[in-house]
Design a protein around this ligand. Structure first.
Ligand code: PLP
Ligand code: COI
Length: 341
């Protein structure tokens, strides 16, 4: 198979249209059989539910070329499960896990020429999404939906790749107590955009959102979970009901405990204690692990010992192990890698 003519190593995290995507429709109380299409355009009624009451959920996962030349995806079953949970919370019809996995396999296979080669640092980002196509004018769930899964080759989420970033403590909340922060719904991201633009205008790369009830605990950023490392190499994960249960973070917890034999603690983390940590990172499918060098809390700088030049030592070990598992140079735990080709 001949690869697409792309300078893979200079890709950023941006969309480019690839040949094929998967589409399935929900009508008359059931999901139809999905199919591949080359049509990247969606046509909707002006009264479609998505345009008014925001019934939209999505996922993000990646396909990689391994060192021995296979094309694989990383834990897509967990994305399927999370999308089912997201659908239930927004009163949307869940898509069966098997159909989700079929869509992943078909889209990756059909766009195999667009899966970045091993060693380029790039990957194929898959974006499954589901939205209300049915007509609603009174506030209620729609009765028709579309599931779509497209892909685009991507490089690092943050410019500069593994270089530490600076983030600010946001004055805005991305989630509400007992709200939808724990599901992957577009509405959460709409909530975060003003904070995102404000942070960028002020020269920061991202926001640290705090718990919406008390604004004293660390939650997450607009697109990734936090992890911290103490001076004694203990990995600390902020626990909260209103952050997205990141698949990358859950995988890193396993890697820290079982591969690196580190102690991991999941507990609420207070903003006023983060200066005690030696390392900080953002983890997610797009972010992988992006090191944070500094957090700025309304002018007060909290710098991590790992500094602004490189990743902290433990963060680097976690990163290397995760990426090694994804690229097939380190043995994966049972069931983590789904081979497509
Ligand atoms: N938190 C938010 C708000 C996200 O959008 C993402 C991205 O999916 C994550 C965390 C990381 O989750 P995952 O590791 O499953 O990609
Ligand atoms: C991901 O990491 O897959 C995300 O969805 C984060 C971001 C691009 C919104």
């Amino acid at each position: 198979m001949e690869k697409a003519n792309i300078d893979w190593s200079s890709l950023s995290f941006a969309y480019q249209k690839t040949p094929m995507r998967y589409v399935a429709e929900y009508k008359n109380g059931a999901w139809g059989k999905g199919q591949l299409t080359d049509n990247a355009t969606v046509q909707l009624s002006e009264c479609a539910g998505i345009l008014h009451y925001c019934q939209e959920i999505f996922e993000g996962l990646k396909a990689y070329t391994t060192k021995d030349g296979h094309i694989v995806t990383f834990r897509p079953d967990l994305n399927a499960e999370r999308m089912i949970n997201s659908a239930k919370r927004l009163e949307m019809p869940p898509l069966a896990k098997e159909q989700f996995l079929e869509a992943v396999d078909e889209v990756v296979s059909a766009n195999a020429a667009w899966v970045p080669p091993y060693g380029t640092g790039a990957s194929l980002y898959l974006r499954p999404l589901m939205f209300a196509t049915g007509i609603v004018i009174g506030v209620k769930p729609a009765d028709e939906y579309q599931f779509r899964l497209f892909c685009t080759p991507v490089g690092p989420y943050f410019k500069g790749g593994a270089k530490p970033i600076t983030i600010c403590v946001s004055d805005f909340d991305r989630a509400a107590p007992n709200g939808t922060g724990h599901i992957k719904a577009g509405l959460n991201y709409a909530m975060s955009l003003h904070a995102y633009v404000t942070a960028h205008e002020n020269g920061f790369d991202e926001n640290m959102f705090l718990d919406p009830a008390t604004r004293t605990f660390v939650e997450e950023t607009g697109g990734a979970n936090f992890l911290f490392v103490t001076k004694d190499k203990e990995v600390v994960i902020p626990k909260s009901n209103s952050v997205l249960p990141s698949i990358t973070r859950r995988s890193l917890v396993y890697i820290a405990e079982h591969y690196l034999k580190l102690k991991v603690t999941e507990r609420p983390v207070r903003l006023d204690e983060i200066g005690d940590f030696a390392e900080c990172g953002l983890c997610g499918t797009a972010a992988v692990i992006s090191p944070v060098g500094k957090v700025v809390d309304h002018g007060k700088e909290i710098a991590f010992k790992s500094g602004m030049e490189k990743m902290g030592e433990v963060t680097q070990e976690l990163y290397d192990t995760l990426v090694g598992i994804q690229l097939g140079t380190i043995d994966a735990p049972e069931g983590w890698i789904r081979r497509i080709k």
